[in-house]
Design a protein around this ligand. Structure first.
Ligand code: SF4
Length: 76
């Protein structure tokens, strides 16, 4: 959810069924602002508040990474 104005470019914004602004996800399910080759945020200075709060290396971050690894390994 985009809950404060940090300057997210319109091309990366989607709207949920209640009209709330969210980050657009592409067909691969990942945020449209993510560079697929470098895995870096292409709008880092304008990223949403929640992205600023999600601490790299935190418990939640590590849990997400473990989940992605498991998904990747079951796909192969
Ligand atoms: S930090 Fe990640 S989720 Fe947030 S806008 Fe950037 S690419 Fe998207």
């Amino acid at each position: 959810m985009i809950i404060s104005d940090t300057g997210v470019p319109e091309r990366h914004i989607a709207y949920d069924e209640w009209g709330g602004e969210t980050m657009l996800r592409l067909e691969d399910g990942w945020c449209s602002a993510l560079d697929r080759e470098t895995f870096m945020c292409t709008i880092y200075e304008n990223r949403p508040w929640i992205c600023r709060e999600f601490e790299m290396g935190s418990y939640e971050c590590r849990e997400e990474r473990v989940g992605l690894i498991e998904i990747t390994q079951t796909d192969t």
